[in-house]
Design a binder for this molecule. Structure first.
Ligand SMILES: NC(=O)c1ccc[n+]([C@@H]2O[C@H](COP(=O)([O-])OP(=O)(O)OC[C@H]3O[C@@H](n4cnc5c(N)ncnc54)[C@H](O)[C@@H]3O)[C@@H](O)[C@H]2O)c1
Length: 423
C-alpha cells in the first residue's frame, strides 16, 4: 500500500467511535471540512452519542445515526452504515480492534495515538491494510504543526546540511487530568501507568522528526534502546492532593517519569524521544533537528514562532536567532491556504483541523495519504519496544522494517504539493 491512493469519493462519509474528551470535540472539525459529512457516531456510553448527534443537528448538520450502549456497538455501526472514514478516539487498548474492524468493513481509519499498543497488533494492522486495500493511519496532528512542517521543509531544502540527529517527544504535565475522575473515562489513562513502563505517546515528537529525515522514504529506523527514570511523579502528586478515599490509592505506578528512547537510522542518524507526563514542567514536544550546517530548536525561542535556529552561512556569531524569517520562507502551503480556518475551527492551535481538512481533501481527490500505515506502524512500534528494551536493561533492539525493504524508495509524504479542495 506504499504510494497507493485513497479510493476517490466526492463526499466523505465519516463515522466516529469514542466521543469523550477528544472525540466529543473533534466532530466539530470533521463536520466543518468542505465535502465531509458525519453519518454515524458511536460511544459505548449511548448518552455521549446522543449528545454529539444533538450538537451536530444544532449546528445545522443532518443528524447522524447513533450507536451505543454496548461493547459491540461500534461493530453495529460498521455493519449498518457505509462509511469512507472512521475516526477512532477510544482509550488506547481499543484502538487495534476498532481500527481493524473499520478496515474490514471497507472504510479507511484515522486512529488516535497509538494505532495499537502491541507489536503483533501493529504488524496485523499493516497486513490488514494490505489485504483490504483501505488505509489506516495515525491521527498524528502534531505532524501538521506550523513549526514542525516548516522545520521539515527547511531540512528538505538543505538548510541544515546533512541531518545528523533530531529529538522530539511529549512532555506535558498531565497529573491533574490523570487524577480527575471526570476526565479520562474510568481513569483508563492512569491505569496504563500501573501496568507498563514504556513510552506511551512519544509519536507527537517522533513523527515530525521522522518526516524531516524521510524515514520510510529514503532512510529507516534500525534500532531502539530505551531507559526509564523512577516512577515518582504520580505518587508524589497523590500524596499531596488526593483525599484518602480517592480510587488512585489502590494504584502502584510503574511508568518512569521520564522515558527516553534512542533510535539509530540506516543513514547513521540518531533520534531521541522523551515521554514525561507525570512531573511538574511546562509543555514541550521538544521538536529539534541538527545537521552538519546548523540546528533548529522549538519551544525555547522568542518571536512569533517560539523557535530558534543557528545555520551557516546566515549565522556565524555563536548565538541563537529567531526562526521567524525561516518560518515565513518555509511555511507549508496548508498553513497559508487553510491556517485561518484551522485556527477558527479546531483545537491545539489549528493542527487538528489541518489534519482533518487534508485527510478529507486527500480522499476527495484520490491522493496518496500524507501519513500511511507504514509510517504509523514505525512511530508506534516504539511504544511496546521501549518496554522490551527497558525490561532488558536498556538493550539495543533491532527495529522492524514495516515497509519490507521499500523504505529506500524516495517518495512524497507530508511535504506535499499544493492542491485545491474540490468545490
Ligand atoms: N492527538 C491528540 O492531540 C489527542 C488529544 C487528546 C486525546 N487523544 C487520544 O484520544 C483518545 C481518547 O482520549 P480521550 O481523552 O477522549 O479519552 P476519554 O476517556 O475522554 O474518551 C474515550 C471515549 O471512548 C469511549 N469508549 C470506550 N470504550 C469504547 C468502546 N468499546 N466503544 C465505543 N466507545 C468506547 C468512552 O466511553 C469515552 O467516551 C486517546 O487515544 C487519546 O490518547 C489524542
Amino acid at each position: 500500500m506504499i504510494g497507493v491512493p485513497f479510493a476517490q469519493r466526492d463526499t466523505v462519509r465519516i463515522g466516529l467511535i469514542g466521543l469523550g474528551q477528544r472525540g466529543g470535540t473533534m466532530w466539530q472539525g470533521w463536520a466543518a471540512v468542505p465535502g465531509a459529512r458525519i453519518d454515524a457516531v458511536c460511544d459505548i456510553r449511548a448518552d455521549r452519542a446522543t449528545k454529539v448527534a444533538d450538537q451536530l443537528e444544532d449546528d445545522g448538520h443532518d443528524r447522524p445515526r447513533e450507536f451505543g450502549g454496548s461493547e459491540g456497538s461500534f461493530q453495529d455501526m460498521l455493519d449498518e452504515v457505509k462509511l469512507d472514514l472512521v475516526y477512532i478516539a477510544t482509550p488506547w487498548e481499543f484502538h487495534y480492534a476498532h481500527g481493524k474492524a473499520a478496515l474490514e468493513a471497507g472504510a479507511n481509519a484515522a486512529v488516535e495515538l497509538p494505532i495499537a499498543t502491541e507489536l503483533d497488533e501493529i504488524w496485523d494492522l499493516v497486513g490488514t491494510v494490505e489485504k483490504t486495500r483501505n488505509h489506516l493511519f495515525l491521527s498524528e496532528n502534531c505532524c501538521y504543526g506550523r513549526n514542525e512542517l516548516a522545520m521539515m521543509r527547511a531540512a528538505h531544502a538543505g538548510v541544515f546540511g546533512d541531518l545528523s540527529d533530531g529529538a522530539g517527544g511529549y512532555c506535558h504535565d498531565l497529573r491533574p487530568l490523570l487524577f480527575d475522575e471526570d476526565y479520562y473515562t474510568d481513569h483508563w489513562r492512569r491505569t496504563w501507568h500501573t501496568k507498563h513502563n514504556r513510552s506511551f505517546y512519544a509519536m507527537h515528537g517522533l513523527g515530525p522528526v521522522a518526516n524531516a529525515m524521510d524515514i520510510n522514504r529514503g532512510d529507516r529506523i534500525t534500532t531502539i534502546s530505551a531507559q526509564a527514570s523512577a516512577a515518582r511523579g504520580l505518587a508524589d502528586y497523590r500524596k499531596r492532593f488526593m483525599p484518602a478515599d480517592h480510587p488512585s490509592w489502590n494504584d502502584t505506578y510503574v511508568t518512569g517519569d521520564l522515558v527516553t528512547c534512542l533510535h539509530e537510522t540506516e543513514k547513521g542518524r540518531s533520534i531521541r524521544t522523551e515521554l514525561n507526563t507525570t512531573t511538574a514542567r511546562p509543555y514541550s514536544r521538544i521538536n529539534s533537528i541538527q545537521g552538519t550546517r546548523g540546528l533548529f530548536e522549538d519551544y525555547v525561542g522568542t518571536g512569533d514562532s517560539g523557535a530558534r535556529i543557528y545555520v551557516e552561512p546566515d549565522h556565524g556569531d555563536d548565538a541563537w536567532h529567531s526562526f521567524d524569517p525561516f518560518l515565513e520562507e518555509f511555511d507549508h502551503w496548508l498553513w497559508k491556504e487553510v491556517g485561518d480556518d484551522a485556527e477558527a475551527n479546531g483545537g491545539h492551535g489549528g493542527i487538528d483541523y489541518l489534519l482533518q481538512w487534508r485527510t478529507v481533501q486527500s480522499i476527495r481527490l484520490g491522493l496518496v495519504p500524507d501519513i500511511d500505515v507504514y509510517d504509523s506502524a514505525t512511530w508506534c512500534a516504539a511504544v511496546p519496544m521501549s518496554e522490551m528494551s527497558i525490561e532488558q536493561g536498556g538493550a539495543t533492539l533491532e527495529y522492524p522494517d514495516f515497509t519490507r525493504g521499500r523504505w529506500s524508495e524516495l517518495r512524497q509524504g507530508i511535504d506535499s504539493k499544493q492542491k485545491e479542495m474540490p468545490k
